[in-house]
Write a protein that binds this ligand. Structure first.
Ligand code: CU
Length: 149
């Protein structure tokens, strides 16, 4: 072997990325029994490296109230990650970014924006939607603007 050290370094790198790929991120999703778009959002999370615990709820507004989801930010399902809420059809990349933000109560994609993750309809475009942060002080902050497509 020409360069055993280099080969060893390469295999450490490879093993490292494999371990990373296998490490799923736990998240809890609360939803109504009859919500189809909620199930589709759960699939979106699973496709992006999350391990989802699915909770079927009889009273979603009680769940939202308990987690501090302001009614103006409301959507269908409510997820919880590291004690913070994720309200509605939030893209996985935004959920990942939320993990490091302990100054926030949570993030939301208010409403049911057509074309957002889990709200795709064949042959239909996506409408514009926003991701909003809710700070622990109760302030809304715009995080991202997803344009219509
Ligand atoms: Cu929905």
């Amino acid at each position: 072997m020409k360069n055993p050290l280099r080969l060893a370094a390469l295999s450490v790198l490879l093993l490292g990325s494999l371990a990373q790929a296998a490490e799923l991120i736990p998240i809890d999703v609360h939803r109504d029994a009859n919500c189809g778009c909620c199930k589709k959002w759960i699939e979106h999370l699973k496709d992006n490296g999350f391990a989802v615990t699915d909770h079927v709820e009889s009273n979603m507004s009680a769940v939202k109230q308990r987690l501090g989801v302001a009614p103006r930010l409301g959507s269908c399902h409510t997820a919880v990650i590291d004690g913070k809420f994720v309200e509605g059809h939030v893209p996985a990349e935004q959920v990942l970014a939320l993990r490091k933000r302990n100054d926030l109560l949570g993030i939301a994609a208010p409403g049911m924006p057509m074309g957002s993750p889990g709200m795709e309809v064949d042959g239909m475009g996506a409408e514009a939607f926003q991701i909003i942060r809710l700070t622990r002080e109760g302030q809304d902050v715009l995080v991202a603007d997803y344009p219509a497509r």
